[in-house]
Design a protein around this ligand. Structure first.
Ligand SMILES: [Ca+2]
Ligand SMILES: [Ca+2]
Length: 430
């Protein structure tokens, strides 16, 4: 049986219905992340850390974690990503590829570890990620900088195939956020030209993606659609990219990008379920709205919320009145003994009567840990980390699905596992 067949089987096991098409549509998952209130204090901390360790060249002695068990699990999972080719792994498509998204997620995870500890391995890993992303910033050679999948792909499974090199909003958002995370950890060095890389990727990809007031799913004319998680996370990552004095945007460029972010955010807020911080996967105006289940699974819900909060945080004072709503929405994914893939509060759909009882997959729960930490619910984050490390097969080679869902599925998918890494880093390195 091929890996692709296994993936189909797994999906059938999960859904019990013909849910496969939508899963394929959504397999390009992705998300954001950010540091809360430390743009200001990060600079000082990083400066002092660099003074102590000779400008980032070495470690700072034995690390002492407040949670050694989680840190040991983090480091054993990290070791599954070979340092000389960190994003090359088995992917959900069924073969091996070198995925920019994974490099972005490792930057998010290891950038935070480096900021917290000054660890020399974390610095080395981050620098290598930047080098890869610089070398793969325009793989189709059309002059537009942004990040893609390492393959041609038919997004939305509608017969239109995007070539490799197509800029995807979510991939580019994760990469931009990762670059910003690393730069915030070590702002005194221009690692491999990271500052110009962020600038050109921000300008090029925003121009290529912005259509009809939001950031489209991809730069391809095949995909002009308003997919909420992709537009939200891209807006958040772009907001973070343009606020710092380090990137060299002109005032006019900042004004233009800010207007795009503000428009995308306003359209996103207009899609909210009444009284809830829950959104559909496709905007109501999309031709795909209503074609299948409209709720977001946990990873895409997380991308939406983190993107909005990142816009909030880096665009001005965080509006604390949003946090209780975001927390309430997050808790609708919590069940007794497991973490669910879908909210219990999203409007029901007779075609999917049991969907709210399904388990989350690995990147759902991994990104969910990031969201829990962002909302200050470290207790819930710890609970979800424990499930992540015990319910998905033998650690440190977790499977895409919990073993109770897919007992025979034993494949380690790198992009899923990199989301788990991101969540654990967010929990450990505060
Ligand atoms: Ca290009
Ligand atoms: Ca397509």
């Amino acid at each position: 049986m091929s890996l692709a067949q296994v993936a189909e089987l797994v999906d059938a096991l999960v859904s019990g219905t013909s849910f496969r098409k939508e899963v394929k549509v959504r397999v390009l998952s992705w998300a954001p992340y950010y540091c809360k209130a430390f743009m200001k204090k990060t600079s000082l901390i990083a400066f002092l850390a660099l003074l102590m360790i000779g400008c980032g060249g070495g470690g700072v002695g034995p690390e002492q974690s407040f949670d050694p068990e989680v840190e040991a699990n983090y480091l054993s999972l990290l070791a599954q990503f070979p340092i000389d080719r960190q994003g090359y792994h088995l992917d959900g498509f069924g073969d091996f590829s070198d995925e920019p998204m994974t490099y972005g997620l490792i930057l998010l995870a290891e950038g935070r570890r480096y900021r917290s500890s000054g660890n020399s391995e974390a610095l080395d890993r981050c620098r290598r990620c930047v080098q890869f992303l610089e070398a793969h910033k325009d793989v189709d050679g059309d002059g537009v900088v942004g990040w893609s999948l390492d393959r041609d792909w038919d997004a939305f499974a509608d017969g239109s195939v995007n070539p490799k090199g197509t800029v995807y909003a979510i991939t580019t958002a994760i990469v931009l956020d990762g670059l910003s995370e690393f730069y915030a950890a070590a702002p005194l060095a221009d690692h491999a030209g990271i500052t110009s890389l962020v600038k050109e990727a921000s300008l090029d990809s925003a121009a290529a993606l912005y259509k009809n007031g939001f950031f489209a799913y991809s730069s391809s004319p095949n995909d002009p659609y308003f997919v909420l998680n992709a537009s939200s996370y891209f807006a958040g990552a772009l907001q973070r990219a343009i606020v710092g004095p380090w990137n060299g945007f002109t005032t006019d460029q900042k004004t233009d990008l800010q207007s795009k972010i503000d428009s995308a955010t306003a359209l996103l807020n207009a899609e909210t379920q009444p009284g809830q911080s829950l959104w559909p996967y496709h905007a109501h105006s999309s031709p795909f709205y209503g074609v299948s289940y409209d709720g977001n699974d946990l990873v895409h819900h997380t991308y939406v919320v983190l993107g909005l909060r990142e816009v909030d945080h880096f665009g001005g004072p965080v509006d604390p009145s949003n946090s209780p709503q975001h927390e309430a929405a997050m808790l609708t994914f919590e069940r007794t003994g497991y973490t669910a893939g879908y909210s219990s509060a999203f409007p029901g759909d007779a075609r999917y009567p049991d969907i709210e009882n399904r388990y989350s997959d690995l990147w759902g729960i991994g990104s969910g840990v990031v969201l829990a930490c962002e909302l200050g619910r470290f207790d819930l984050a710890k609970t979800w980390i424990t499930r992540m490390t015990t319910q998905f097969g033998p650690w440190p080679r977790p499977n895409m699905w919990p073993t109770v869902v897919a007992p025979d599925q034993t494949y380690f998918f790198g992009r899923h596992a990199a989301h788990a890494l991101w969540g654990m880093s967010r929990y450990l390195y505060r």
